[in-house]
Design a protein around this ligand. Structure first.
Ligand SMILES: [Fe+2]
Length: 263
């Protein structure tokens, strides 16, 4: 894939997203949030790929997949008024359907299109299926890492700005009170993958993000960025201010003993 391919895809993406502008020409708040998220994910993917020393064609593929990873979010929100997949559609599958329907990847070499679809489809699963081809996995992992890195920022900004009170859909309309729930604590303690159905409070939501720091960031450069941004420390303060549970405290202690985002 080359620069011309990337530019063509970016134009199609921008034209598609522009359909979600409101009557005044501005993007509604939640669509604007996803546009901003997308731009940050592309930037973070770029940082990770640069640190990992990727070649230009690989970088272009990674940037394209990052640009398209949440293309399904726009129609999801327009149709259902939520970003919660379990209450609407799987936004990754929706994204692949939109890309096909809109011919977003038309003209790309077949292998590149396959890799991009795979990265979009797999960007939100708990893990990548073990049979994912190596060329697709490399790109899917950079999207998954950059996505998580920016989800950290989105939540922090929502907390700091007070936007969470106005747009609780950012954290799935979860109740803002209450501590870490029992099934979450059990999964964290056992080191098991978290079942998103067990996420019932804001603290649970934050703990899902914390659990990503333990084995869910694939590239060393991603883990370094998370450490530099003090992702773990921020969440520790946030959760412990809401629930001073010794088991939660111990969990954070264990993670920070391991060096924050695990090495
Ligand atoms: Fe997503």
């Amino acid at each position: 894939m080359n620069h011309e391919h990337f530019q063509a895809i970016r134009s199609r993406f921008n034209r598609y997203v522009a359909r979600f502008r409101g009557p005044d020409g501005a993007f509604p708040a939640m669509q604007a949030l996803k546009r901003r998220h997308t731009a940050h994910v592309v930037a973070d993917a770029g940082r990770v790929m640069a640190a990992e020393g990727w070649t230009l064609p690989q970088v272009l593929l990674g940037r394209t997949a990052a640009l398209l990873h949440d293309i399904g979010r726009f129609s999801q929100y327009a149709e259902f008024g939520t970003f919660q997949d379990s209450a609407s559609v799987n936004h990754a599958e929706r994204g692949c359907a939109v890309m096909l329907q809109e011919g977003i990847c038309d003209g790309l070499p077949e292998d590149d299109a396959r890799i991009i679809f795979e990265a979009v489809r797999r960007h939100n699963g708990i893990t990548l299926p073990p049979d994912t081809a190596a060329d697709a996995a490399r790109i899917a992992y950079v999207v998954r890492d950059a996505d998580k890195l920016d989800i950290f920022r989105v939540m922090e900004e929502a907390v700091e700005s007070g936007q969470l009170e106005h747009n609780p859909e950012i954290t799935w309309n979860l109740q803002l009170t209450g501590g870490v729930s029992e099934p979450m604590l059990a999964a964290l303690d056992a080191g098991h993958a978290i079942n998103y159905r067990d996420v019932t409070t804001f603290c649970d939501f934050v703990m899902v993000q914390v659990s990503w720091l333990s084995g869910q960031l694939h590239y060393a450069a991603s883990r370094r960025l998370a450490r530099e941004r003090r992702v773990l420390e921020y969440r520790e303060r946030l959760v412990l201010a809401r629930c001073d549970d010794p088991r939660v405290r111990r969990y954070f202690q264990r993670l920070s003993d391991l060096g924050g985002a695990d090495a």
